[in-house]
Design a protein around this ligand. Structure first.
Ligand SMILES: *Cc1c(COP(=O)(O)O)cnc(C)c1O
Length: 429
């Protein structure tokens, strides 16, 4: 494939945009080479500036569960735009999408809209702190909750009690309030709670992790967190920015039957426009301004175009609940196909999957937390795999730590093409 125009556009972009991208994951830094500039997309396919076509497994990093340029979503945005793009006043459509979200998601009474998943998680933690009057939070290594300061904390040795910032600009003062736990390790969480008695506002977690590859919770892990929170008055926050309206209409709460106190949304809820949201039962949400003391705001929050896209998306999912079954089946088919192709070519691998989230790791060790995911990513095979797949017209995320997002627009023919590409690329690994 020729990527000439993409490379030229990237060279221009680098002069005026840091690293040439507006979000680091878009650069091909981890896998090498220049990123591909996309010109347009439809259904399961994206087309780059050189005219190459790819089957897309990123789907804008999750939002496009029904594929690109889905007609009801595009039509809703176009219609809405004709009447103005933003008013800074309440609009009826905000209540419509809130009503639908509250109907689809178990265990929530009220929801507030923001503009990104980052904002949703940041606001959820502030609300938890305000509501409980406690300052510390527990997060898990390998879980991503957006780029706000409290979350950019990672494990270093001895970081069992106090996290250390993993980005300059995050202060020690912020870092000391973020306690770091290991995913799927309930004992670890118990220990942290005991060592910080009566100081912890919330535990925030990706209930099915998707930012260290796909790492599902072990049986009993989420239930254990729920029990610990019940015993201590700590609030449990499910960051469902990735899993919400994807793993089920009601997200992980519905799929795995564990309730959280606050739920964060993003990605699918915006139908491909910039939207995030957080939701909880009434007494927690009523702690927010203007009726409660916890301040949270946004000039463009609940923006009519974003709400039109989100409402059209949620309406489609609500009307056709079979979509969730259908994408789960497609993902299972892909899983089995890839497994067979890698086995046949004796490529060591572990495939993790939950619903329509799947990740391929080039190691035989189980991937159950950040350490095992990082270990599996260090053998360098992924980069060859990524570029090989790209050459065959299959676009997966340019990082060994990312989940593949399956969309309903993918046909079984697309999946077969993908599996056959894996077989060809596996020969070169
Ligand atoms: C993507 C993501 C975020 C951040 O959302 P943005 O819209 O990129 O700010 C937060 N949490 C999880 C689990 C995510 O996958």
């Amino acid at each position: 494939m020729i990527y000439k125009r993409s490379s030229e556009l990237f060279a221009n972009a680098k002069k005026v945009i840091p690293g040439g991208v507006n979000s680091p994951v878009r650069a091909f830094k981890a896998v090498g080479g220049d990123p591909i500039f996309i010109k347009k997309a439809k259904g399961a396919y994206i087309y780059d500036e050189d005219g190459n076509k790819y089957i897309d497994y990123i789907n804008s990093w999750g939002p496009l569960i029904l594929g690109h340029a889905h007609k009801p979503v595009v039509d809703a945005v176009i219609e809405k735009a004709k009447n103005g793009t933003s008013f800074g006043t309440p609009t009826e459509i905000e209540t419509k999408i809130a009503e639908l979200a509250v109907e689809m998601v178990p265990n929530i009474d009220k929801i507030r809209m923001v503009n990104s998943g980052t904002e949703a998680c940041m606001s959820a933690v502030r609300l938890a702190r305000g509501f409980t009057g406690k300052e510390k939070i527990i997060k898990f290594a390998g879980c991503y909750h957006g780029h706000s300061d409290s979350f950019l904390i990672q494990a270093g040795s001895g970081a069992m009690t106090f996290g250390t910032p993993n980005s300059p600009g995050v202060t020690q003062g912020t870092a000391k309030d973020t306690l770091l736990a290991s995913y799927n390790d309930l004992e670890n969480v118990k220990q942290l709670i005991e060592n910080n008695r009566d100081q912890i506002a919330c535990i925030i977690i990706e209930p099915v992790a998707g930012n260290m590859g796909c790492v599902p919770p072990k049986k009993g892990f989420l239930e254990g967190l729920r029990r610990l929170c019940n015993e201590t008055g700590i609030l449990l926050i499910f960051d469902e920015v990735m899993t919400g309206f994807r793993l089920a209409a009601g997200g992980v709460q519905e799929r795995l039957g564990v309730n959280a106190d606050i739920i964060c949304f993003g990605k699918v809820i915006g139908g491909g426009l910039p939207v995030g949201a957080f939701a909880a039962r009434k007494e927690i949400m009523d702690y927010l301004a203007p009726i409660g003391p916890v301040y949270q705001a946004g000039t463009l929050s609940g923006n009519p175009l974003a709400m039109a896209a989100g409402l059209a998306m949620l309406t489609e999912l609500h009307k056709n609940p079979k979509i969730f079954e259908s994408i789960d089946k497609k993902t299972e088919y892909l899983h089995q196909g890839i497994e067979k192709a890698l086995k046949k070519n004796q490529v060591p691998h572990t495939i993790n999957r939950e619903g329509s989230m799947i990740s391929v790791h080039f190691s035989e060790e189980p991937v159950t937390d950040f350490d095992s995911s990082a270990k599996a990513a260090l053998n360098g095979i992924f980069n060859k795999f990524f570029h090989g797949m790209l050459e065959h017209g299959i676009y997966i995320a340019p990082s060994a730590f990312e989940t593949w997002f399956i969309s309903e627009a993918l046909s079984y023919k697309d999946l077969d093409k993908t599996i056959s590409a894996v077989g060809k690329v596996a020969k070169l690994l």
